[in-house]
Design a binder for this molecule. Structure first.
Ligand SMILES: [Zn+2]
Length: 302
């Protein structure tokens, strides 16, 4: 155990503690047995400093109280090496983050990809509550995804289940060419079209002007229509493989209300079915879903 419990601890033990490790901030939250939030704190990420990152997480968890600890990270822990891979917070890559945190906290923890935590949060008590299969999508600075089946994260044999952002955009048309280069080394990745920066790039290519995704959306520019059409194509590919009950969108682009009516209208022509029952839903917990999902990582798994 991490530390001895005193009498006063009776109300703060048995918490579900979640930590969301982001590139700019680290957030911790604690839920009580009823799922109510009883603690939340956000600090600035000690960027580039691994030891300070470990220390910061340790202090946040100790402040949150006593309970199970789940941690959401960019990237994932390699099942081959036990080291962090695929993280855009690059100072975590190649580090034994789980082992070091467990040593610091003197307790076993669970670590999951942040998009998986988002999907788990929305599947547990958010937009996908009660659904058997939920696909959670992050449309933000990057594009990620996570799969939750019967309330559990489907991590996958390679720990990349749901990592749909680095699949190629299906059926590229003339307007999708030339295929944009992706930082991952591939070309035409879904992320290069459907991230916020992807929308900005598409707009700049046509107009020669630089604008943020938010500005482009508020202009109602035709680039948004292209974005919607590409999202429909890309999600149809997910439906054909996974056939989820609900797809929940997260990240900055999930605030665009048009997506929820127009994308399902367009995806039917790409889905191999006479009708599409899959719901496309906005998130209930929004930006909080990463840290909430981390807190739920010990739920329903033994
Ligand atoms: Zn890529």
């Amino acid at each position: 155990m991490r530390r001895a419990l005193g009498q006063w601890d009776q109300t703060v033990k048995n918490l579900r503690i979640g930590v969301d490790v982001g590139g700019t901030k680290i957030e911790a939250l604690a839920l009580d047995a009823a799922g109510r939030e009883v603690f939340r704190r956000r600090i600035t990420t000690p960027r580039g400093d691994y030891a300070a990152t470990i220390r910061a997480i340790e202090l946040l968890v100790r402040e949150a109280g006593e309970g199970t600890v789940g941690v959401g990270i960019p990237g994932s822990i390699s099942s081959k090496t036990g080291l962090v891979k695929n993280a855009n917070s690059t100072w975590l890559i190649g580090k034994p983050l789980k082992r070091d945190l467990e040593a610091a906290l003197e307790t076993e923890i669970r670590i999951e990809n942040d998009a998986n935590c988002f999907a788990l949060s929305e599947a547990t008590d958010g937009a996908g509550k009660g659904a058997a299969v939920v696909f959670g999508v992050i449309l933000g600075t990057g594009v990620g995804g996570g799969v939750v089946v019967q309330g559990r994260v489907l991590a996958g044999a390679n720990r990349v289940a749901g990592e749909w952002g680095h699949n190629p955009l299906p059926a590229p048309a003339a307007a999708d060419l030339p295929l944009p280069d992706c930082y991952c080394g591939r070309r035409g990745c879904i992320e290069t079209y459907l991230s916020g920066p992807g929308l900005s790039r598409d707009y700049e290519r046509r107009t020669g002007e630089r604008k943020t995704a938010e500005e482009i959306v508020s202009l109602g520019d035709p680039a948004v229509q292209s974005y919607i059409e590409r999202l429909a194509r890309a999600l149809a590919g997910v439906i054909n493989v996974l056939d989820p009950d609900v797809i929940v969108l997260g990240g900055g682009m999930s605030n665009v209300a048009r997506l929820y009516t127009e994308v399902p209208r367009l995806w039917t022509r790409h889905v191999f079915s006479d009708h599409v029952a899959t719901r496309l839903a906005p998130p209930v917990h929004g930006d909080s879903s990463g840290v909430r999902g981390a807190a739920w990582l010990w739920e329903g798994r033994e």
